[in-house]
Design a protein. Structure first.
Length: 337
């Protein structure tokens, strides 16, 4: 019998992509999402409609902050694994609306951990972010690096959830894996992310804002690689045993581990823009801007731990990923050639 997996943020970019992959594989999935209007909700409803076409999918629409509804949804579904992907995203928006991040990311995540403890799930997986590495300059980032210099409220809330999760894992011996994602992109992506915004503006002939005058580097990670990494990790819950090696982030006191999921390859922002221009067949109107508050100039993941734990390593190159996104974008938004 296939596992039952509970996914928060199931109408979001990563949550939807993960849920669809699991449903296609015959898993039973229960989605939980508040359908926030942070970005165009028609995209979220389109994702959710696709998921609801599966017999093995069920759904609850509510806030993470509503502990009773969350508890009931989880208790009734009886999942073996909970994958918590719901969060208020966006580094720049967190500067404008910090309290939204405290409620959704910290209180919401605390509620999920509480629920997971109550039902004693086999494995709780929680999305963190590469942004927790903050002002670190030693790259590529490794899970065991010190992370004390977050540069945005969003990053700080993600770091906070790692600490809260570790304490619960220690007290209740709850197996928890925290995932630090690196710049996820691909079909069904978020409209507030660079690839979506650049594609939309270039097609319309509108200017695109390029921060730090293009001197930005990102470890762009294709959505299918993220999904495969998450699924591979579901069956590797951390245990209170010896570390697999000195670079293992396994806690010395709790069944708790942090894992990077990235492409492990730096791409310059200007090269990213050029690839988009190539597949759209149109040059961008470039508006060079200074570095934004809370942003970092470069990210780069060390993903050796992921490979050692699962045998899997993300591998989709940027050109393939961008082409797939643009192909999806043109179909979804009915863009005529």
């Amino acid at each position: 019998m296939k596992k039952k997996i509970f996914i928060t943020g199931s109408a979001g970019f990563i949550g939807f992509s993960l849920a669809k992959n699991l449903l296609d594989s015959g898993f039973h999935v229960h989605g939980y999402d508040c359908m926030s209007d942070y970005y165009d909700v028609t995209l979220k409803y389109a994702r959710n409609k696709l998921l609801e076409s599966y017999e093995n999918f069920s759904f609850t629409k509510d806030m993470l902050e509503n502990q009773n509804v969350l508890d009931n949804a989880i208790i009734n579904f009886k999942p073996e694994v909970i994958i918590h992907l719901a969060a208020q995203a966006g580094v720049r928006y967190s500067i404008e609306k910090p309290r939204v991040y405290l409620a959704s990311n910290i209180t919401g995540t605390f509620n999920i951990i509480e629920s997971a403890h109550k039902v004693k799930v086999n494995h709780l997986i929680i999305a963190s972010s590469s942004s927790v590495y903050g002002a670190n300059t030693k790259i590529p980032y490794r899970e065991t690096d010190k992370t004390d210099t977050q540069l945005s409220v969003y990053a700080a809330t993600k770091k906070s959830t790692e600490s809260i999760a570790h304490s619960y894992s220690n007290i209740w011996k709850l197996p928890i894996t925290m995932l630090r994602f690196f710049t996820v992109y691909g079909p069904w992506g978020r409209p507030d992310m660079a690839l979506f915004k650049f594609t939309k503006s270039i097609i319309k002939g509108e200017p695109i804002d390029i921060y730090n005058k293009g001197e930005m580097y990102r470890d762009f990670t294709y959505i299918d690689d993220i999904v495969k990494g998450i699924i591979a990790l579901t069956s590797v819950p951390p245990k209170n045993e010896k570390k697999i090696d000195k670079d293992d982030s396994l806690s010395p006191v709790a069944p708790f581990r942090i894992v990077n999921i990235g492409n492990s390859n730096q791409v310059k922002l200007l090269d990213f823009v050029e690839a988009i221009e190539t597949y759209i067949g149109k040059k961008a109107i470039r508006n060079y801007m200074p570095m934004q508050k809370g942003d970092v100039p470069a990210t780069w993941a060390n993903t050796e731990l992921l490979k050692k734990l699962t045998g899997y390593a993300p591998k989709t190159n940027i050109k393939t990923g961008i082409k797939n996104f643009i192909d999806w974008y043109k179909v979804f938004y009915k863009i005529k050639e």
